[in-house]
Design a protein around this ligand. Structure first.
Ligand SMILES: [Fe+2]
Ligand SMILES: [Fe+2]
Length: 302
């Protein structure tokens, strides 16, 4: 297959790729508003039974340390706070799209998902240190930054060794090898998916440039944060396959954000516990039906 044919195949697959629930954009919009009330967040979530069940499950998880069970979304929102509601909502909405094995990258479903969650949580800690606004937008961008691997993975499933060997022999990165062999790399494909989902332009840019922030016409803080978070997670071995083991954060990104090595160490330590927390909250309960009533409807009341 020629490079052009592969590119055309990718583009046609994007048009059939599942759509992301509009709820993600709605939640991002709500969190940008200063006076968002818990009930407004609950108003958005309540239309999705599975998501409602996940939020109730998280609010009642042993991690929260409450003995009294909550049964309504409003109570759960008050208990969890906007920060956790957003993380749980977006992670469970996007998780259903990302939790799948990616043969072409030698990634299990668990590895891609863990890498995505770890990268998103790393951006949150980085944003707190460098005081970057738009942290929910950045969190979402980080969560889906490698989405292009799902599409690309199908195409390169039997060419993985070829890409790896090409990268090794030419001393280029895996994503550069992808581009030379297939005409596009997974970052470009991911950006096209985010465009298809009508995500904000800044999210599209963060995904497009997550491996090469200096390729962007305008290098924004969001792009640098997502790039550094991704690199840190790859270096720490959070769910990476074999393609990016030699990856390091771009020096320019570190100096533009004025991040010190002790900041990076601090972030790395914090991410480990945040990841455990989020995983525990999202973990399937043995008795998942506990929060669901007849007809698979949540039992939350308003
Ligand atoms: Fe990537
Ligand atoms: Fe990544």
């Amino acid at each position: 297959m020629s490079t052009e044919e592969i590119k055309q195949q990718v583009l046609s697959r994007i048009s059939t790729f599942p759509t992301i629930p509009v709820m993600v954009s709605k939640l991002m919009g709500l969190l940008d508003e200063k006076d968002t009330s818990f009930s407004r967040i609950a108003d958005v979530i309540k239309y999705d039974p599975a998501l409602t069940a996940n939020v109730l499950k998280a609010a009642n998880s042993s991690y929260m340390g409450f003995t009294r069970k909550v049964n309504s979304l409003t109570e759960a929102s008050i208990r969890l706070g906007t920060k956790w509601i957003f993380k749980i909502a977006v992670s469970s909405l996007i998780g259903s799209q990302l939790k799948r094995p990616v043969a072409g990258y030698d990634l299990t479903a668990e590895q891609l998902w863990k890498h995505s969650m770890a990268t998103a949580l790393t951006t949150e800690h980085l944003c707190n240190i460098v005081k970057v606004p738009d942290k929910w937008l950045i969190f979402t961008a980080a969560l889906i930054h490698d989405m292009g691997k799902i599409l690309m993975g199908d195409l390169i499933s039997d060419s993985f060794e070829k890409v790896q060997n090409f990268a090794d022999s030419d001393h280029i990165s895996f994503q550069e090898a992808e581009k030379r062999l297939f005409g596009m790399n997974h970052a470009e494909i991911g950006a096209l998916v985010a465009e298809k989902w009508d995500f904000p332009e800044e999210i599209v840019r963060c995904i497009r440039w997550h491996h090469e922030p200096e390729g962007a016409d305008e290098i924004t803080q969001s792009i640098d944060v997502v790039h550094i978070a991704d690199a840190l997670c790859l270096m720490q071995g959070y769910g990476n396959g074999r393609e990016e083991l030699r990856y390091h954060p771009n020096e320019g990104s570190i100096s533009r954000l004025k991040i010190t090595s002790s900041d990076l160490e601090l972030v790395s330590t914090r991410v480990l516990s945040s990841l455990e927390e989020l995983e525990n909250m999202l973990e399937e309960e043995k008795n998942a039906e506990e929060n669901m009533g007849p007809d698979n409807k949540p039992v939350g009341r308003w």
